[in-house]
Ligand binder design. Structure first.
Ligand code: SAM
Length: 306
């Protein structure tokens, strides 16, 4: 705790990154990742593996964009930097350790900004709420990247805003859930339907509080939003992430998240058919059986270079 506080006070970050809790969350992530290193290892490996696997499906390997690059825990940076001409790491804030890591690769560039468009909407007095829909996302290189990865940030996008709106604008839980739904929907829709290149969406989707093997509570992290379907299912994956083994969050109970990785290839109709036929038996097993018995500074708010 003291080490986290020290890191907080000694890390230079813009006011907004502090005020909306981004810095605190990044530091909490760093320290939890260290405490839970063994439990997180399979999740991190799955993320890194699928990011590389899908990179190798890209017909062209010029530009790669990682949204929510965070601390690069789940990002196989060297593998990407050796495949693509340029790799953009996009986040609302890049910690000094990430800046140092990026500098090791001549073709890795940092873009700093808000990918939801909400900060810009606030500035234009169009903050999302009961009578104002969430703005369109601001995803750099959406229309020209060969590969774009949303790296486990989808369910983290709305929280900083909705917590702030609850305090400052009297948002109810329902108001917050609606904004979160819209922010996630617009982000996922952009990747599934507006990205020019291959898109990979990695996100946690459900949270389980466990008592041994039994699920005690189940939370839908997507607020009832359903991820867009992919043109073919053969490359999609799903796994469990032991995000907080006891006593990390609860003295007695483990917390687990279900993670989905969805691959949005740009296939011709013929390719779609062929892929479905070839992969019909290759899909990963469903988790349903197991759970059957239980629930710039974003200075101008635009990532640099967008
Ligand atoms: C769970 S972390 C992702 C971890 C990361 N993939 C890694 O490998 O370390 C979620 C990330 O999303 C970023 N993020 C949250 N809201 C954002 C926003 N509005 N715009 C850009 N990045 C955002 C956070 O700063 C954080 O780094």
């Amino acid at each position: 705790m003291l080490a986290e506080l020290w890191r907080y006070w000694t890390t230079f970050a813009p006011e907004r990154v502090r005020k909306f809790g981004y810095l605190q969350r990044l530091i909490a992530l760093e320290f939890r990742a260290k405490r839970c290193a063994a439990a997180w290892e399979p999740h991190i490996r799955r993320c890194r593996n699928i990011i590389i696997k899908v990179a190798d499906l890209c017909a062209k390997q010029k530009t790669c964009v990682i949204l929510g690059s965070g601390l690069l825990l789940e990002v196989p940076l060297s593998a990407l930097a050796s495949r693509f001409e340029v790799v953009y790491l996009v986040d609302i804030f890049h910690m000094p350790s990430v800046r140092a890591e990026a500098k090791k690769h001549f073709n890795v560039k940092l873009l700093t900004g808000d990918i939801t468009g909400v900060f810009q909407a606030i500035k234009e007095r169009k903050a999302p709420g009961p009578h104002q829909p969430a703005p369109p996302p601001r995803i750099p290189h959406l229309k020209d990247a060969d590969y774009i990865v949303s790296c486990n940030c989808l369910t983290q996008l709305a929280g900083p805003f909705t917590q702030y709106f609850e305090k400052e604008r009297g948002f109810s839980d329902l108001d917050s859930d609606k904004v979160a739904f819209q922010v996630m929907e617009k982000h996922a829709h952009a990747l599934a339907h507006e990205a020019a290149g291959v898109a990979l969406l990695i996100t946690d989707v459900e949270r389980y509080v466990m008592a041994g093997d039994k699920i005690v509570t189940r939370t839908d992290l997507l607020k009832a939003f359903k991820l867009p379907d992919t043109p073919t299912h053969i490359h999609n994956e799903e796994w469990e992430w032991a995000i907080a083994p006891a006593p990390e969050e609860d003295p007695m109970r483990d917390i687990e998240h279900v993670v989905e990785a969805k691959v949005y290839l740009r296939l011709t109709e013929e390719e779609k058919k062929a892929a479905e036929e070839a992969g019909a038996e290759g899909e990963p097993p469903s988790l349903d059986d197991r759970f059957a018995d239980a629930g710039s500074a974003p200075a101008a708010d635009a990532p640099e270079g967008s």
